[in-house]
Design a protein around this ligand. Structure first.
Ligand SMILES: *Cc1c(COP(=O)(O)O)cnc(C)c1O
Length: 428
């Protein structure tokens, strides 16, 4: 299958090309030339996750990966579960945080790392990325130990929590981390300068591994299938004829993947795109005007995005009839509602964190009592320990992934926010 640039459909690349390039010309996003309808969905749903995922992904990658290669990659990447937990008779959460960094980003990052490894052959690659927390951990763990790929992660010194820092700076090996004397924007600017430096880019084979990469989205399609598979088993097919899925959204990659799944025939009736106070999309769907405001900081900080970079993919699917235009609604949830919802879920016996709470509340606004509603749990509550403990008034234990790295040594070097210094480091 070919992937074309949404800004210039004459630019077409294979899956391998799209993975290696990330973005097309004029920063355009790659989009699959078709979203193949899968036949016999029920039979597909009866398969184990890895086997099913191979079938879901194969049409997209078959020019570049054999079924055997794909099976190996998927087996290795999805080596932890996605888990449906019922909340009550009509609501359930899809827990996506049982991977090594306790966030759903593990699915996409691990799949991408293994695809890149397969496509880079013997060429050495350098992944350069800036992080304000979560992405760094998912990328570092996903690429750790992968031959021929060097990972360099920049982060603002002293501006992320110690536990967050330890999750990606203690691995060593092919994972190098640089604490920059500056803020997150300085780190992003250094990454951008590096990618603008053609000579540097070619010498070290620069790639960004960020969330617009099509491989990350395709990986995420698989857990929507897994969710419906588990629900069929738990609830029976009849209970799910009106299935609504609420997605806590920042850059809207997760929602894009859900819409891919729907377009391929997965029986999801519609989606709720849940946001925090950064409400560009809900305002846009209401008024038709795209007018991002300044980003505001919230408790659900992984969704503090005012100009979501995957929106053009969603827009394209809604406008071109790939999915019904009315199958996405959107709702912004404020901080007070978020906390009240965490408490309401606690009363139902479920401990959660702000991102999932935003999704649950938006689901309650948008789905009727007759509809079956699923919301996505994108991070483990322990990753947001402070706010969860202060809101719920009960201690949250650290899972072993976090507890283990808490005692490890930080291996970062420190640098000024200075491109010349970074360039020299990268070339060494
Ligand atoms: C990245 C992230 C999101 C937002 O996902 P998008 O695909 O960018 O919309 C939501 N919750 C958590 C915990 C995240 O890390």
């Amino acid at each position: 299958m070919k992937f074309y640039n949404l800004k210039d459909s004459s630019e077409q690349v294979s899956f391998a090309g799209a993975v290696k390039q990330g973005l097309g010309k004029q920063q355009g996003l790659f989009f699959p030339e078709s979203l193949p309808k899968l036949d016999d969905i029920e039979q597909l749903l009866a398969l184990p996750m890895v086997e099913r995922s191979v079938q879901v992904l194969h049409p997209f990658v078959k020019e570049d990966l054999s079924k055997e290669q794909l099976t190996e990659i998927v087996t290795d990447a999805f080596n932890f579960p996605a888990q449906i937990q019922p909340i009550n008779e009509k609501r359930a959460i899809l827990e996506l945080f049982h991977g090594p960094t306790l966030a759903f980003k593990d699915f996409g990052a691990r799949f991408m790392a293994r695809c890149l490894q397969a496509f880079s052959a013997d060429k050495k690659l350098t992944i350069l990325t800036a992080t304000s927390g979560d992405t760094g951990a998912a990328v570092a763990h996903a690429f750790h130990g992968i031959e021929n790929i060097r990972v360099v992660i920049l982060y603002p010194k002293g501006k992320i929590s110690l536990l967050q820092e330890k999750m990606f700076t203690t691995l060593g090996g092919n994972i190098e981390t640089i604490a920059i004397h500056g803020d997150f924007d300085d780190c992003q600017a250094l990454v951008k300068q590096s990618f603008d430096d053609q000579e540097l880019k070619e010498t070290i084979g620069l790639n960004s591994a960020n969330s617009i990469n099509i491989s990350r989205l395709l990986a995420q399609v698989c857990y929507y299938f897994e969710a419906v598979a588990q629900l069929y088993r738990q609830q029976g097919k009849a209970a799910l004829k009106d299935l609504v899925v609420s997605v806590p959204s920042g850059n809207f990659g997760n929602l894009t993947a859900g819409l891919f799944a729907k377009a391929m025939g997965l029986p999801i009736k519609r989606f709720v795109a849940a946001t925090n106070a950064n409400d560009t999309v809900p305002r846009y769907l209401q008024t038709g005007e795209w007018s991002p405001k300044d980003t505001v900081a919230t408790m659900s900080n992984a969704m503090d995005v005012s100009n979501p970079n995957n929106w053009p993919r969603v827009e394209h699917m809604l406008r071109s009839g790939i999915v019904p235009e009315d199958c996405v609604s959107s709702k912004s949830i404020d901080e007070e509602q978020t906390q009240m919802t965490m408490i309401a879920l606690q009363k139902l016996g479920y401990i959660t964190e702000p991102h999932a709470a935003v999704a649950y509340k938006a689901l309650q606004y948008n789905a009727s009592d007759d509809e079956f509603g699923v919301f996505l749990g994108t991070a483990h509550p322990a990753k947001f320990k402070e706010v969860v403990e202060s809101t719920l008034g009960q201690p949250i234990g650290l899972p072993k992934e976090l507890a283990e790295c808490a005692t490890e040594t930080i291996l970062s070097v420190e640098q000024e926010a200075d491109f010349a210094q970074l360039r020299e480091y990268l070339l060494k």
